[in-house]
Ligand binder design. Structure first.
Ligand code: ADP
Ligand code: MG
Length: 414
């Protein structure tokens, strides 16, 4: 569905639910990560892009401090709370995402009015395409604008950065005017970390807020510096095919924490605060210092970080058709060294690679979720059919296959 059609549907649902027209409808896109997996919490580089699947948020302010939130995905029954009662632990379920955003904005020094909110989405939920950040960012840009902070937010993209490259300083002197997209990314992350209780990094919110059509978002997770990198798939005759294995990654919290621990241990042994500081040529030394498994974990991070830098270079010099080998190498590293893939993801990637994809890899945290494949338009049907057949012959659950394009970041639609 087009974003505009989704926005119109969301406005209608808002009117039906709350009996008045919304003040506006804002969109936050989902994302895929092109390359750079688990590098975020190691202070490294990531290269996601915002996709043409979005979450929409219809909003209208109220005259009191009451908040009512409803989602088309949850039967549109509204959750009602008082803004003054918001705190971590006070809200559970899906409403913790939008209410977490409201709470984090107020924590950042923004005084919000009460509001009614209705959200809708065509981002698949729980598929590793970050429906969570899409929801947070749609609500964050909408509330920021309603609270009168739109000056720096509405322009979008890099132009929205406040000050000379510095992060926003909400709550500080002049803080409100400088509540820019970096600050909104922090708000989204805080909602997810503190209100929902998911210990995620900053990548997803940056992708959703800084994405631009035809571009990938090159993010340095240590400095939070952002650069847009050309990713014109259309012009290159390519599509990005998402292969959603439907394998739930929800059980993976323990594995995720163990990977983080391995990275912390490796960094300590190598005398650096973050594995991002380790260059490729220190790997032989790392192999001496670390046990076999921890070494492989570290090798993935160090090499993956390098692959992100290399991918950016190749995109700028040769274009997307030349990055396939980097995607393939990334998947091999996640499968063998970091061990976060699963049989379904490996099958999706192997089958895509064998049937015309220029490159393929799992994307997101791993242990399930989605893979992506870079496919020449003419080979799309072949790849699709081969993957469906391969899954059927192993009696795996039928995967969901769809293409995505690099799209604009969070913005007002209506
Ligand atoms: P992912 O971000 O990979 O899609 P997460 O588990 O991080 O998976 O986030 C999914 C959760 O976000 C859902 O379980 C739900 O609570 C919430 N969510 C996302 N989009 C919506 C929506 N449109 N309506 C209601 N809840 C949503
Ligand atoms: Mg998520």
């Amino acid at each position: 569905m087009s974003a505009d059609a989704l926005a119109a549907r969301t406005a209608d649902a808002f009117a039906a639910r709350f009996g008045r027209t919304p003040a506006g409808v804002w969109a936050g896109p989902g994302r895929v990560n092109l390359i750079g997996e688990h590098t975020d919490y190691n202070g490294g580089f990531v290269l996601p892009f915002a996709i043409d699947k979005t979450t929409t948020a219809a909003l209208a302010v109220r005259g009191d401090r009451t908040v009512r939130v409803a989602s088309a995905l949850s039967g549109t029954e509204a959750v009602e709370v008082d803004l003054d009662g918001l705190r971590p632990g006070a809200v559970t379920g899906w409403a913790a995402y939008p209410l977490g955003v409201a709470w984090a904005l107020e924590q950042a020094g923004v005084r919000l009015p009460g509001f009614d909110l209705l959200v809708d989405s065509d981002v698949p939920v729980g598929a590793g395409l970050s429906s969570s950040a899409a929801l947070e960012c749609a609500v964050a840009v909408g509330l920021a604008e309603l609270a009168g902070l739109d000056g720096s937010v509405r322009r979008g993209g890099l132009a929205a950065l406040g000050g000379p490259g510095g992060p926003g300083e909400p709550g500080g002197p002049g803080g409100l005017a400088r509540l820019d997209r970096r600050a909104l990314a922090a708000v989204g992350r805080r909602a997810e970390n503190d209100m929902v209780g998911a210990p995620t990094g900053i990548m997803d919110q940056y992708a959703s807020l800084f994405g631009a059509a035809g571009s990938a978002v090159f993010l340095d997770c240590r400095s939070e510096e952002v650069q847009l990198v050309p990713l014109e798939l259309d012009a290159a005759g390519l599509v990005c095919l998402v292969l959603d294995t439907k394998v739930s990654h929800a059980h993976a919290t323990g594995d995720y924490a163990r990977r983080r621990d391995s990275c912390t241990r490796a960094a300590e042994a190598l005398g650096v605060p973050l594995l991002r500081e380790v260059p490729l040529d220190r790997l032989p030394e790392a192999q001496q210092l670390l046990d076999e498994e921890t070494f492989r974990r570290a090798r993935h991070i160090v090499a993956e970080n390098q692959r992100v830098v290399e991918t950016v270079k190749v995109l700028r010099s040769e274009g997307p058709a030349a990055i396939g080998r980097l995607l393939d190498a990334s998947h091999g590293s996640m499968r063998d060294d970091f061990e976060i893939s699963c049989p379904e993801l490996d099958l999706a990637v192997d089958t895509a690679q064998a049937n015309g994809a220029l490159g393929a890899r799992m994307t997101g945290g791993g242990f399930g979720g989605s893979a992506i494949a870079l496919v020449p338009v003419g080979d799309l049907d072949k790849v699709r059919d081969a993957v469906l057949r391969a899954f059927a012959s192993r009696r795996y659950r039928q995967p969901e296959l769809f293409t995505v394009l690099p799209a604009d970041g969070a913005r007002r639609l209506l």
